[in-house]
Design a protein. Structure first.
Length: 340
């Protein structure tokens, strides 16, 4: 089955590969590892459609890893704003510095694993796609395809080991990068989560879940616990066409990003309800936001007095607010105020 799956899938990929800005077409020289790395980091937890404009903007502004490594961290964080999961951007900065210092990306999966902030999936993907190494690349799309192909009935995340072993068994020695991208494309376009299009699938003859009927059932997932809901407040302090913005502490939630002042909520506890200055606060409403491990209900409070809060911050012009690089949570809060 292994050879049939890889050959069939590679044939399919030769004509159906998605055209993506970080890709090389099948049969052309491998893409630049910088572009592969950047796209893979951006694509974690984010869709291709959301990533494309960010990828274009980053590679236009910082066309190689040395230019990215030389950029001020705050510029990178601001350019990342809106993509979410900001720890990825902080890891990007650290990794770019390490790569620039050693004069380029390591060319093996093992070497790539030593780079700061670069996980096993990304190391395998870069090794296979940019350097042609036989590496077993398993992202969520590949997990789904493999669980169905082999009818793996254990629920995720426990099934990951069995999925990896099965993925290893079908990964070819040659064209491992194309094979990884073909699996990703199959998962993204045909073997989709809710509605697998088995009639169009090149692997339909080899697929055990398809033979058993109802492949959309797989992969099974262990029941998730409900996320805790935290309450917090963000404070909009406005004077003379500007709003008071602070920079969040380097470590922790949304670390290093520009933000509205808040009352110190975090993943483990509600905020203190202490405003940064005394005065009259009016409610602009509530923003709900889902983080990985908790949900936040953020009340947005507005003060249009002229006092300056204590502590560090800056008065930011309202007509340039888009350039502040506010993370999505605070951008939602700003939109709420500006619409009210
Ligand atoms: S036959 Fe259906 S379930 Fe099996 S891999 Fe193809 S699309 Fe997925």
């Amino acid at each position: 089955m292994a050879a049939t799956v890889s050959e069939t899938l590679l044939d399919w990929y030769d004509t159906h590969a998605r055209d993506l800005p970080w890709r090389a077409r099948p049969g052309t020289p491998a893409p630049d590892p910088y572009r592969v790395w950047l796209s893979e980091v951006m694509l974690q937890q984010t869709t291709v459609a959301a990533v494309k404009p960010y990828f274009e903007a980053f590679t236009t502004r910082w066309p190689d890893v040395s230019s990215l490594a030389a950029a001020p961290e705050e510029d990178i964080m601001a350019a990342w704003a809106g993509l979410g999961y900001y720890s990825r951007a902080r890891n990007l900065v650290k990794c770019a510095a390490a790569v620039a210092q050693r004069g380029g990306f390591p060319e093996t999966e093992e070497g790539l694993r030593d780079l700061p902030g670069l996980g096993p999936y990304t190391a395998a993907a870069i090794a296979a796609i940019a350097f042609g190494e036989r590496a077993v690349v398993v992202d969520a799309n590949v997990e789904r395809v493999v669980a169905r192909l082999f009818a793996i009935e254990d629920p995720l995340p426990g099934a990951r080991k069995a999925i990896r072993v099965a993925a290893d068994a079908i990964t070819p020695d040659r064209r491992a990068g194309d094979f990884a991208q073909a699996m990703m494309d199959l998962g993204a376009t045909i073997c989709t989560s809710r509605d697998p299009k088995c009639l169009l699938c090149p692997l339909t003859q080899s697929c055990e879940a398809r033979a058993a009927g109802d492949p959309a059932r797989l992969p099974l997932k262990a029941r998730k616990k409900d996320k805790p809901v935290r309450q917090g407040r963000a404070y909009w302090i406005e004077r003379n066409g500007t709003v008071w913005l602070v920079r969040r502490a380097g470590k922790g939630m949304l670390g290093g990003m520009r933000a509205l002042p808040d009352d110190g909520w975090n993943s483990r506890s509600d905020g203190s309800d202490e405003a940064p200055l005394a005065g009259i606060w009016e409610s602009a409403g509530l923003v709900r936001h889902a983080f990985t491990h908790f949900a936040l209900e953020l009340s947005v409070l507005v003060n249009r007095g002229s006092e300056q809060p204590k502590g560090e911050g800056e008065w930011w012009p309202l007509d340039r607010l888009e350039e502040a690089g506010l993370p999505t949570l605070f951008a939602k809060a700003a939109r709420l105020v500006l619409a009210s």
